[in-house]
Structures are given as C-alpha cells and as structure tokens.
Ligand binder design. Structure first.
Ligand code: CO
Length: 460
C-alpha cells in the first residue's frame, strides 16, 4: 500500500503571519472556509501564534469569536493552533491556572489540535499545557524547536521526543521556524524519531532559504506523516512551500495524497486576488517572497537579520552591521545555545547590538536577558557561561525549579476585577493575555452594541 502523506494548510495562520504580519481579517477569508473544509486537509492551522494579538490590536476582532465562526464553517477538518507553552500566546511565562483555562476554552471554542512548543525546548514549560490539552479531549502535538548547535544532537532531540510522548503527545512536530533544516538533516532526524517512538511525525518548515521542498521530500522518504504547506498564492519566501506543488510531486512519486485538486484550485484562485491586493497596498513586500540564503551562512533566522538592521539604523550605526552579525552567534553561545525563536531571538539580537555599540560585552543588559540568566525562561540547552551569568546577576542567585511555580494564580482575581466588564471567561483570558488591548476591545464592543440596539429600535 502506498505511503500516505497528510497536509496541514497554513494560509489562515502561519502563511498569513509570515507574509502579511497576520493582517487578514476574518471577513476576507470567510468565503473560502467551506472550500478549505472540503479539500481533504488533515488539518487547517488557523489560530494561536500572533493571530490572537493581531485580532485585538489591529483588526478589532474578538479572537474567540473568530475561532467559533471558523469552527461553524469547517465542521469536517481538524482545526489547529500554535501555543508557546507556558508563554501561551505572549512573551513571558504565565501562572498555571491561566494556561489550563486557556487551553480548556480553546478546545471548547473549536480547536482540535494544539501544537505546543517551548523556545528553549524545556519540557517543563510544555507539560501543563499538554496535560490540559489531553484533559480537554484534544490532540496534543508536542513540538521540538529545531536549531543547530554543538549541543543540539539528534540523540538529544530523540530524548525530548520520548519525554513528549510520556507527557501525552499524540503527534510529534519538528518545528523549523527559520527554514534552516536541509534534506539530509530532515531524513536523519525523522528516521531517528520514527525509530524511537511510534507516533505520527509532522514536519513544519519555511521556504526562507529555498530548501523546503527538498527537505519535505527527504522527510517523507524517512516516513514523515504530515507536512505543513500553504496554498500557492500565499506560499514561498518566509511562508511554507506550496500545497498544490507538493501534492503533485508526491503523487508522481507514488505517495497517496487525499487532497481534492478542484477544491485547492478554487482556494488558490481566491487567494490570488487577496495576495495581489496586499502587494498593491505594500503590506506584502516582495522581499518576503524571495529566497534568502544568509541564514545558512550565519545561522541567524531571516527575521532577526532585518531586526538587526532596523535597530542599527535607528541608532545611526549601520556601519556596525558586520560586527553585530558576528556577535550574534557569540551571544547565543554565551547564553547556552537557545533556539532562535520568539522570544529568545529578540533577546539575543538586542544584546548583540548592545555589546557592539558599547564596545564592551554585557556592559548593559536588558531586563529580559537578566530574567533569562535568573532562569525565568527555563533550562537552557547548554549551561549559560558562568562568568557572564555571574556578572549579569551580581549577588542574585539563579532560580531552582520551574519559574511558573513561583507565580501567583491569576484567573480568579481577574474575574473579580472584571465584574460587569467581562462577559465570559474568554474575555477574562483575553484580558490576562493582553490587558490594554482587551480593555480597548471591550470598550469598542460596548459602543458597537449600543449602536446596534439603537438601530433595532429605529427599525421597530
Ligand atoms: Co512557522
């Protein structure tokens, strides 16, 4: 029997986030939801990541309502979200009661699969979210944040995967956020994971460096079960490789693919128009769609390079770019080789720039790096350079155990605080995640609803 390859469509979340900074309002993709539902995808990634933040910050949308509407239009396809472990959808750790309620409500509102990762690959930061996912009856996808370094061996990844399985993972995801995984690495790592655990493996990569098609092909040869792709008009560059292209090539090679080409063509035709509009108004920049091999040379993700550039530009120090670029991997090594993903990529990049501009390393240190050295982000892949850690912490001792254990529960207190303002636990969760944005959203919603009432009365 032919080996089956399943597809996760990312146009609603990762492709949307990587190409147009998550700016697609619900109303723009709504007309395609029923078609996506009929196309035969294993899952549609549609929530989490930056969608929640952007819904409240820029689109004046209730992220929970968006999820419920997607669910209603897509009864047959699994809905998937991305969750940053103990960070949930934010940038620092939350108390466990928030993590648990958030996961429970995400599932109640329609999520089937929660992909959970931690920026440091510290499983202690994945555990609570995973347990909550299993308790809510959804599928937990335990994710590895993929990176390369002297301490990131396949043996270590396999060890992590076994732990994820013990914790209740239904699938394993290899999350290559920077698109730096080459075809041979994919083949070897997927083989090693498949040998170690009997769970479906999902590979997630980006086209940034141009390797993604080859990487997926070799991963599939090694037995990879699920791949993440984006419908062609929203594919390539910093997004995923194209859904239809992979379906075509994999079928030609004898693999079984469940996708319905008539439906994917309809989806592609529709999103072509949307893509062209975003190109015309400047939201989708041509640079995002090109191939950028710099990250292969510097082992620095593409997004970080542009952040470095803009930071130096602001400080009138563009001539220091080469120096900052060389300093980045050194800071990363000092910090114990964290994978460069939100939020560690920002922290390492900012510190590298500081070191170069000060002319003296770790003269000034951000409060995030200080918290990192205290252990507030979890256990680092390798130990932090002890001398540097001591210099940054001074008399302070690094934390023992899990940072979230030191945090006070937050849900009940926030429920009380928002009495008369929050209409549901979902509102309370939005507020804990993004207090200022949620407050503004509640205010705007109230005005909208008052206007609606007036309108109904006039109608009578
Ligand atoms: Co991604």
């Amino acid at each position: 029997m032919a080996q089956k390859v399943k597809f996760v469509e990312t146009v609603l979340r990762d492709a949307n986030q990587s190409l147009i900074a998550t700016r697609l309002p619900y109303t723009r993709f709504e007309p395609m939801l029923e078609t996506i539902d009929k196309a035969g995808y294993y899952a549609a990634e549609c929530w989490g990541g930056a969608t929640f933040d952007v819904c409240l910050r820029y689109l004046n949308e209730d992220p929970w309502e968006r999820l419920r509407k997607i669910r209603e239009k897509m009864p047959n396809t699994k809905l998937q979200m991305l969750l940053r472990g103990q960070n949930v959808l934010g940038y620092s750790h939350y108390p466990d009661d928030f993590v648990k309620l958030f996961v429970k409500k995400a599932v109640e509102n329609g999520i089937d699969i929660i992909r959970i990762f931690d920026a440091l690959n510290d499983v202690n930061n994945i555990k609570v979210a995973m347990e909550a996912t299993v308790n809510a009856g959804a599928l937990a996808s335990g994710a590895i944040s993929y990176t390369t370094s002297p301490v990131h061996t396949h043996a270590k990844y396999v060890e992590m995967v076994k732990e994820l399985k013990r914790m209740g993972a239904a699938t394993i995801c290899i999350k290559d956020m920077a698109g730096i995984m080459g075809p041979q690495e994919a083949y070897d790592l997927v083989s090693a994971i498949k040998d170690a655990v009997d769970l479906p493996v999902d590979l997630h990569t980006h086209s940034t460096t141009g390797m993604a098609f080859m990487t997926y092909l070799k991963a599939v040869e090694a037995g990879c079960d699920i791949i993440d792709t984006a419908i062609s008009p929203f594919s390539g560059g910093t997004s995923q490789p194209a859904t239809e292209t992979l379906a075509y090539a994999l079928r030609q090679l004898g693999y079984e693919v469940d996708l319905d080409d008539n439906q994917t063509k309809k989806i592609a035709d529709y999103f072509k128009g949307i893509r062209d509009e975003y190109i015309a108004d400047g939201t989708l920049m041509p640079k995002a769609l090109t191939t950028d091999t710099q990250c292969l040379a510097y082992q620095v993700p593409g997004g970080m390079l542009s952040n470095l550039l803009s930071q130096l530009k602001q400080m009138n120090a563009l001539d220091k770019f080469d120096e900052a670029l060389l300093e980045t991997p050194r800071v990363r090594a000092d910090m114990g080789y964290p994978p460069l993903v939100t939020p560690t990529s920002q922290m390492v990049g900012v510190q590298a720039v500081r070191n170069v501009l000060d002319g003296k390393r770790y003269q000034t240190v951000s409060k995030e790096i200080k918290a990192y050295c205290r252990g507030e982000y979890g256990i680092t892949p390798a130990p932090i350079d002890p001398e540097i850690q001591a210099k940054i912490l001074g008399d302070e001792k690094p934390l023992e155990g899990r940072y979230a254990d030191t945090l006070t529960p937050i849900v009940d207190a926030t429920r009380k605080k928002l009495e008369g303002i929050a209409k549901s636990d979902e509102d309370v969760l939005s507020y804990i995640a993004f207090p200022n944005l949620a407050e503004k959203f509640f205010h705007d919603r109230k005005i909208r609803e008052e206007n609606e009432v007036t309108y109904t009365i006039t109608e009578c």
